[in-house]
Design a protein around this ligand. Structure first.
Ligand SMILES: NC(=O)c1ccc[n+]([C@@H]2O[C@H](COP(=O)([O-])OP(=O)(O)OC[C@H]3O[C@@H](n4cnc5c(N)ncnc54)[C@H](O)[C@@H]3O)[C@@H](O)[C@H]2O)c1
Length: 314
């Protein structure tokens, strides 16, 4: 691993996602150097890390937290963070001009063979790496939040990303315990958010048309579809849901799904009025001041699920 050559992982941007990445790499034994433009955020980082590591330890997902925390160093400048780094995980604000400015700085700062993965949720890396000398060594490495509990990472190359860079990123992610998937070329929203987008589009539509409350739609996923989805995807699901497998399922129910899809060609409502109705229903169920507490509850449920999955055979 890179540590044997005295090289490390740099995390640039240490908000929700960057902090999570620091745990991923340090948990796997890498030396990690973290930089964020906000000194206040960096000052509070050790306490936040300690809290998450203590929870992970409580659920049996890591051994002692202290050695992991000790592998995470805080840098006071971008140059310090990326010095000697073999891999940089960029996790700054999702704004194209902010990312462009950072990548211009990284050009010339990072080592000659270092690669940069962006946590970008939807902006393809070609929009902020074009024309830079480091462009062939940049790609998107999109995680799910928090990355130390949700292991999938979408690796998305730009047209100029060197194929060997994709291979190296894939190997590194596997080595640190993530589950990388390869996306062959750039597409808006990549894979995960395109899938989530389709589900949300239908959920908004059913809610808008008064078929169901928000809570009942959420229950349909949490007590229905989502239970399988935590360990298998939609294709394996339908393969197992007909005696003759996926082709049999498609033969039996393909017409239904085609008709449903045909009904929704023009529904794209994320309208203010609809969002306001949803907000009213959600805030009645969960007041805004309890959002943080509920997020911690979600993370602990995810930890319990991860602990359970670790005990299962694949
Ligand atoms: N939150 C999620 O669920 C999620 C999931 C997957 C991917 N992402 C992506 O990860 C990235 C970070 O998102 P987040 O949710 O952690 O945001 P965040 O707002 O929590 O953190 C962003 C951090 O970047 C820092 N920053 C901004 N400009 C900087 C610069 N030039 N140099 C160094 N630091 C800088 C900010 O100070 C802030 O701490 C975004 O691209 C986002 O789309 C987010």
């Amino acid at each position: 691993m890179t540590t044997s050559q005295n090289r490390h992982i740099a995390i640039v941007g240490a908000g929700l996602v960057g902090m999570g990445w620091a745990i991923v790499f340090a948990r796997a034994g890498c030396e990690v150097c973290v930089y964020d433009a906000s000194p206040e955020l960096l000052a509070g980082l050790p306490d936040k890390l300690a809290g998450s590591l203590a929870d992970l330890h409580e659920f049996g997902l890591i051994d002692a937290p202290e050695p992991i925390a000790a592998r995470i160093r805080i840098a006071t400048s971008l140059a310090e963070a990326v010095r000697n780094a073999s891999y940089v995980q960029e996790s700054i604000l999702e704004r194209v001009n902010v990312k462009q400015a950072l990548y211009r700085e990284l050009d010339g700062l990072i080592d000659d063979d270092a690669i940069v993965g962006s946590s970008s949720s939807g902006i393809p890396s070609s929009e902020f790496t074009e024309g830079l000398s480091i462009a062939p060594r940049c790609l998107v490495a999109h995680p799910v939040n928090p990355p130390y509990l949700m292991p999938v990472v979408e690796l998305v190359p730009a047209e100029w990303t060197h194929p060997e860079v994709l291979d190296r990123a894939h190997a590194l992610m596997t080595q640190v315990g993530q589950h990388p998937i390869r996306v062959s070329r750039e597409v808006q929203g990549f894979i995960l958010n395109r899938l989530q987008g389709v589900l949300l589009r239908e959920a908004w539509a059913l809610y808008d048309e008064g078929y169901c409350s928000l809570a009942d739609i959420d229950t349909t996923i949490s007590k229905g579809l989502g239970m399988r989805w935590s360990f298998m995807g939609p294709f394996e699901t339908i393969d197992l849901n007909a005696p003759g497998g996926i082709a049999d399922y498609a033969h039996r129910l393909g017409g239904l799904y085609r008709d449903i899809a045909a009904e929704r060609t023009d529904f794209a409502s994320w309208s203010d009025a609809l969002i306001q109705r949803a907000e009213y229903e959600r805030r009645a169920a969960l007041p805004l001041e309890n959002l943080g507490e509920r997020s911690k509850w979600r993370d602990r449920r995810l930890m319990a699920l991860a602990a359970h999955q670790n005990e299962q055979e694949t």
